[in-house]
Design a protein around this ligand. Structure first.
Ligand code: ATR
Length: 262
């Protein structure tokens, strides 16, 4: 039996095992996918287990998407550009790191039906997934990207990779934008809400990467704007990871959405 893992800290909330085990079961693949809470000091050993073929593939989540890179042999173009890895496997005898968050977000954005060509986006947050969102927006034809983060230093690091993005002071918003994306963890606790005043916004796309619940960020905007939560991006990034490991794209159907929502 092949073994797969998602590693991170915390990891309790991860729905990845549910999703991948559903697919393994559906396609009669003799594999098991587990979650494992790890510390940074565990990373090297876990990667060596991939080299030794004890683990067939790994997904990486917060906060190790960047720190894992130093233990890998080669990176895909997307992983290089974003400096973020969420999918690992052996390829041509080398430990290969790829980023499926970017394509996952891009596909979910197409699904909204919202026209992104020539539009302006405002990204809130500068965590491990943010560079994937920026690249996906650029690929989607977005012409201007503003970004704001509580800790300014982190957003300045991202600007080194994407020099065209414009930094906005924390708590403020750009004077004009069409899409706003929450990439922070604010909203995971039901009471929490991002402290930026969006009350005057209409007909914009509010996208929250959080997928485990409907956040206040979305709830408070539903009547006057378009909203999208992170569940589709989550499913699409998993679908591409599965394809890297097993060589075919697994099906995303109604049953799968139901499993994820319950
Ligand atoms: P990491 O940065 O380790 O990858 P992450 O969960 O991907 O972790 O990112 C957390 C994001 O949520 C960051 O943008 C973080 O802002 P800081 O860089 O200032 O820490 C943001 N975040 C978390 N809690 C927050 C809060 N209470 N208010 C504002 N931003 C918050």
């Amino acid at each position: 039996m092949k073994k797969y893992l998602v590693i991170g800290n915390p990891i309790e909330h991860s729905l990845s095992p549910k999703l991948h085990n559903y697919w393994f079961n559906l396609y009669n693949i003799d594999s098991l996918y587990k979650k494992k809470e790890v510390q940074e000091t565990d990373l090297e050993k876990i990667i060596s287990q991939v080299k030794e073929n004890k683990i067939s593939g790994i997904n990486v989540t917060v906060p190790f998407k960047k720190t894992i890179i130093k233990y890998l042999d080669t990176l895909s173009e997307v992983a290089k550009k974003t400096q973020s890895v969420n999918t690992i496997f052996m390829h041509k005898n080398k430990i290969y790191g790829h980023n499926t968050d970017c394509k996952g977000f891009e596909r979910s954005l197409i699904e909204t039906g919202f026209n992104t060509i020539g539009k302006t986006a405002f990204i809130i947050g500068a965590g491990g997934v943010t560079s994937s969102i920026i690249l996906a927006l650029e690929i989607s034809g977005v012409k201007k990207i503003y970004i704001s983060n509580r800790t300014k230093q982190k957003v300045e690091e991202i600007k080194k990779i994407f020099p065209k993005i414009e930094i906005i002071e924390w708590g403020k918003k750009p004077s004009q934008f069409d899409i706003v994306i929450n990439t922070t963890s604010v909203g995971l606790k039901e009471k929490d809400e991002i402290e930026i005043d969006f009350t005057d916004c209409n007909n914009k796309l509010f996208y929250d990467l959080i997928y485990s619940m409907k956040t206040k960020f979305l709830k408070n905007r539903e009547k006057t704007n378009y909203t999208k939560d992170g569940i589709a991006m989550f499913a699409y990034q998993a679908q591409e990871a599965f394809e890297c490991w097993e060589g075919f794209k697994p099906n995303i159907n109604e049953k799968l959405w139901e499993i994820l929502k319950n």
